[in-house]
Design a protein around this ligand. Structure first.
Ligand code: FES
Length: 153
Protein backbone atom coordinates (compact mmCIF):
# COMPACT_ATOMS: atom_id res chain seq x y z
CA UNK A 1 0.00 0.00 0.00
CA UNK A 2 1.62 3.28 -1.09
CA UNK A 3 1.65 6.23 1.25
CA UNK A 4 1.34 9.88 0.38
CA UNK A 5 4.95 11.06 0.37
CA UNK A 6 3.84 14.68 0.07
CA UNK A 7 2.40 14.38 3.59
CA UNK A 8 5.80 13.20 4.80
CA UNK A 9 7.45 16.19 3.15
CA UNK A 10 4.99 18.53 4.88
CA UNK A 11 5.73 16.98 8.26
CA UNK A 12 9.48 17.23 7.76
CA UNK A 13 9.14 20.83 6.61
CA UNK A 14 7.22 21.63 9.79
CA UNK A 15 9.29 19.66 12.30
CA UNK A 16 12.82 19.87 10.90
CA UNK A 17 15.34 17.78 9.00
CA UNK A 18 18.18 17.44 11.48
CA UNK A 19 18.87 14.20 13.37
CA UNK A 20 17.69 15.64 16.70
CA UNK A 21 14.20 16.00 15.21
CA UNK A 22 13.78 12.25 14.63
CA UNK A 23 11.36 11.71 17.52
CA UNK A 24 9.00 14.64 16.76
CA UNK A 25 9.01 13.72 13.07
CA UNK A 26 8.18 10.07 13.79
CA UNK A 27 5.48 11.10 16.27
CA UNK A 28 3.86 13.34 13.68
CA UNK A 29 4.02 10.54 11.11
CA UNK A 30 2.37 8.12 13.49
CA UNK A 31 -0.35 10.65 14.20
CA UNK A 32 -1.01 10.99 10.49
CA UNK A 33 -0.84 7.33 9.46
CA UNK A 34 -1.56 5.67 12.83
CA UNK A 35 1.77 3.84 12.44
CA UNK A 36 5.25 4.54 11.09
CA UNK A 37 5.51 3.05 7.60
CA UNK A 38 8.95 1.79 6.56
CA UNK A 39 8.46 3.67 3.32
CA UNK A 40 8.18 6.91 5.29
CA UNK A 41 11.51 6.31 7.02
CA UNK A 42 13.20 5.49 3.71
CA UNK A 43 11.84 8.69 2.23
CA UNK A 44 12.96 10.83 5.17
CA UNK A 45 16.45 9.31 5.02
CA UNK A 46 16.69 10.29 1.37
CA UNK A 47 15.52 13.85 1.89
CA UNK A 48 17.00 14.91 5.25
CA UNK A 49 20.13 14.58 7.38
CA UNK A 50 18.55 11.66 9.25
CA UNK A 51 19.64 8.16 8.30
CA UNK A 52 17.50 5.06 7.92
CA UNK A 53 19.45 3.31 10.68
CA UNK A 54 18.88 6.19 13.06
CA UNK A 55 15.16 6.45 12.29
CA UNK A 56 14.63 2.71 12.53
CA UNK A 57 16.61 2.65 15.77
CA UNK A 58 14.39 5.32 17.31
CA UNK A 59 11.17 3.75 16.00
CA UNK A 60 12.01 0.33 17.43
CA UNK A 61 13.48 1.60 20.72
CA UNK A 62 10.43 3.55 21.90
CA UNK A 63 7.33 1.49 22.65
CA UNK A 64 5.10 4.38 21.56
CA UNK A 65 5.91 3.73 17.90
CA UNK A 66 4.08 1.12 15.84
CA UNK A 67 5.71 -0.22 12.71
CA UNK A 68 2.67 -1.99 11.35
CA UNK A 69 -0.79 -0.62 10.58
CA UNK A 70 -3.37 -0.88 13.29
CA UNK A 71 -7.18 -0.94 13.13
CA UNK A 72 -9.06 2.35 13.55
CA UNK A 73 -10.28 1.40 17.02
CA UNK A 74 -8.12 -0.55 19.43
CA UNK A 75 -9.97 -2.99 21.66
CA UNK A 76 -7.93 -3.75 24.76
CA UNK A 77 -9.06 -6.66 26.87
CA UNK A 78 -7.64 -6.34 30.38
CA UNK A 79 -5.98 -9.53 31.57
CA UNK A 80 -4.78 -8.20 34.93
CA UNK A 81 -5.48 -10.38 37.97
CA UNK A 82 -8.92 -9.01 38.84
CA UNK A 83 -10.12 -9.17 35.24
CA UNK A 84 -8.59 -12.60 34.75
CA UNK A 85 -10.53 -13.88 37.76
CA UNK A 86 -13.61 -12.07 36.45
CA UNK A 87 -13.52 -13.89 33.11
CA UNK A 88 -11.21 -11.96 30.78
CA UNK A 89 -10.41 -15.14 28.85
CA UNK A 90 -14.08 -15.54 28.00
CA UNK A 91 -14.27 -11.93 26.78
CA UNK A 92 -11.25 -12.44 24.55
CA UNK A 93 -12.75 -15.65 23.18
CA UNK A 94 -16.08 -13.99 22.46
CA UNK A 95 -14.42 -11.04 20.74
CA UNK A 96 -12.15 -13.27 18.68
CA UNK A 97 -15.15 -15.29 17.58
CA UNK A 98 -17.32 -12.33 16.76
CA UNK A 99 -14.59 -10.36 14.94
CA UNK A 100 -13.12 -13.43 13.25
CA UNK A 101 -9.56 -12.54 14.30
CA UNK A 102 -7.07 -13.49 17.00
CA UNK A 103 -5.62 -11.19 19.65
CA UNK A 104 -2.84 -9.13 18.07
CA UNK A 105 -4.62 -8.92 14.72
CA UNK A 106 -6.68 -6.33 12.85
CA UNK A 107 -10.06 -7.00 11.25
CA UNK A 108 -9.74 -7.22 7.45
CA UNK A 109 -11.60 -3.89 7.06
CA UNK A 110 -9.10 -2.30 9.50
CA UNK A 111 -11.96 -1.09 11.74
CA UNK A 112 -10.70 -2.86 14.86
CA UNK A 113 -7.50 -4.16 16.38
CA UNK A 114 -7.78 -6.65 19.22
CA UNK A 115 -5.16 -6.60 21.96
CA UNK A 116 -4.60 -7.83 25.44
CA UNK A 117 -3.28 -5.53 28.17
CA UNK A 118 -2.25 -5.68 31.81
CA UNK A 119 -4.31 -3.97 34.56
CA UNK A 120 -5.79 -0.70 33.31
CA UNK A 121 -6.42 0.55 36.83
CA UNK A 122 -10.15 0.07 37.37
CA UNK A 123 -10.23 -3.39 38.94
CA UNK A 124 -13.47 -2.67 40.82
CA UNK A 125 -15.20 -2.78 37.41
CA UNK A 126 -13.61 -6.11 36.40
CA UNK A 127 -13.70 -7.60 33.89
CA UNK A 128 -12.85 -4.55 31.85
CA UNK A 129 -12.39 -3.81 28.15
CA UNK A 130 -11.22 -0.50 26.73
CA UNK A 131 -12.06 0.68 23.25
CA UNK A 132 -9.60 3.46 22.50
CA UNK A 133 -9.95 5.60 25.64
CA UNK A 134 -13.42 4.47 26.73
CA UNK A 135 -13.65 1.92 29.52
CA UNK A 136 -16.42 -0.68 29.72
CA UNK A 137 -16.75 -2.63 32.95
CA UNK A 138 -18.60 -5.58 34.52
CA UNK A 139 -18.76 -7.27 31.17
CA UNK A 140 -19.72 -10.73 30.07
CA UNK A 141 -19.39 -12.37 26.66
CA UNK A 142 -22.77 -11.14 25.48
CA UNK A 143 -22.30 -7.55 26.63
CA UNK A 144 -18.86 -7.15 25.09
CA UNK A 145 -19.98 -8.46 21.70
CA UNK A 146 -23.01 -6.14 21.86
CA UNK A 147 -20.80 -3.10 22.61
CA UNK A 148 -18.58 -3.80 19.61
CA UNK A 149 -21.64 -4.26 17.39
CA UNK A 150 -22.97 -0.89 18.54
CA UNK A 151 -19.64 0.82 17.87
CA UNK A 152 -19.51 -0.75 14.45
CA UNK A 153 -22.97 0.75 13.77
S1 FES B 1 -7.07 -6.14 36.50
FE1 FES B 1 -8.28 -5.32 34.93
S2 FES B 1 -8.54 -3.30 35.59
FE2 FES B 1 -7.20 -4.09 37.06
Amino acid sequence: MGIDLARIDDIVAKKGRTPDMAIPVLQAIQEEFRYVPLEAMEHIAKTTQMTETQLYGVATFFAQFRLTPVGEKIIKVCHGTACHVGGADGLTEALEESLGIKTGENTPDMKFALTSVACVGCCSLAPVVMVDTTTYGRLDRKKVVQIIKEIKG
